[in-house]
Design a protein around this ligand. Sequence first.
Ligand SMILES: *[C@@H]1O[C@H](CO)[C@@H](O)[C@H](O)[C@H]1NC(C)=O
Ligand SMILES: *[C@@H]1O[C@H](CO)[C@@H](O)[C@H](O)[C@H]1NC(C)=O
Ligand SMILES: *[C@@H]1O[C@H](CO)[C@@H](O)[C@H](O)[C@H]1NC(C)=O
Length: 420
Amino acid sequence: MNVIRLRPVVFWRVVVFLTVCGLFRFVLYSPKTSQDDTLLSIENLGLDVSYGVEPYPTCTVERRNVVFIKNHKCGSDTATNVFHRFGLDRGLSFVLAVPGRMTLNWPYVIEPGTYRASKADGGGFNIMCEHQIYNERIISAIMPFNSEYTTILREPFSRFKSAFNFFGLEWRADIHNTKPMLTYLEDIPRYEIHIRSPSNTQSKKSCMGPGWTAGQNGMSLDLGFDNGFQLDVLDQTNNVTYIRQWLQKLQKRFGLVMIMEHFEESLVLLRRLMCWRLQDVLYLVRNVGHYNFKTLQLDTIDPKLMDNYRRFNQVDIVLYDLFNKTLWRRIELEGPGYADELRQFKGVMEKVRAFCYTVPPPSNDTQMVIPKSDWNEAFPVTGFYCLRMANRLYNDITYIYQKNPKKVRMSRQWDKVPGC
Ligand SMILES: *[C@@H]1O[C@H](CO)[C@@H](O)[C@H](O)[C@H]1NC(C)=O
Ligand SMILES: *[C@@H]1O[C@H](CO)[C@@H](O)[C@H](O)[C@H]1NC(C)=O
Ligand SMILES: *[C@@H]1O[C@H](CO)[C@@H](O)[C@H](O)[C@H]1NC(C)=O
């Protein structure tokens, strides 16, 4: 029998070579470990909560150019009222949807012919705050270079429930029982394939187009995340590099990301960032949905279903976590005066609610005066002002537009969807 005999030095070389090969194999082909199942987080994406966060400069002149990305189901109607009121009171120019459309081409990016000015006399735009898909290149070509960028986010699971209800996911998924959301969470892939299938769009609500869903990372989609639904765009849902870069771009571009759960804290920051007056950021809650699974809490849902939800909506979850932390970082930077101002603002808001929500409501001319403080001059709140805060002001803006008509082309994207 022939035995291959190796000299000792060759033997050890072979041993080292095989060991290195083995290690490589382990690194490249290691079976899925728990590491692979880790959910995205600020830490494992290597994000810095303070990136792009600087104290707001002290200002003396109110800023009038602003982009507000009106994220769906995040209390954005309430916030939009603030921007509408501000612009209407000053006769500013809004970017509006074309007649017969409700959005700036959402869920597609803005294209020529899918928006118009609220004034005919040109002079550019001041405020962009209707539903749209964020795209920095497109927006910065429309809006003045010194525009501030803001948006609002909501705790992702509450937002998911709200979107599930509002966009009729149970209907799109053909779920017919008394617990549609739980049924959906039990087998997300199965229902999502059905929801996104081209043959399912025709008869379904709002004609979003094939591939669209309200079930996955809806906030991220509004903020320009490529989830692959636009046919010529790759789905980046599992691309960690893309997710990191996309979040960093938002960190850099947005002077303020408001958080619905901390709305008054956010409005005080908005006032400071924009150099507005306290009365400009008063609000009354608008467009609150009522649906039977709204009160389902995270901790009463089967952990398995919550896990399904979390894995499927990781991008939204990390987005929210990052900007909730950023909000608190900004608040720290604002220093001790911020707490005083917040206290004052909350006190004023309580008075405003008590006044506006009296039964019967105050007449248009009835007024209450908010006294002067360190943070505001004295100002009146009238019954009429309550109505303005509580109502949708879009029609007031389009009324101004109708007096100054300007020819525009209609949006084309939605017309491409068969049956719409
Ligand atoms: C992931 O994202 C990065 C950064 O945007 C991009 O360069 C890369 O091509 C993406 N990978 C895939 C597979 O799409
Ligand atoms: C947002 O951040 C604050 C401060 O860190 C924290 O107390 C709060 O629980 C966070 N909210 C959510 C919904 O995660
Ligand atoms: C208040 O003013 C609005 C707008 O001018 C008007 O439509 C409404 O009828 C008025 N309400 C009362 C009670 O006068």
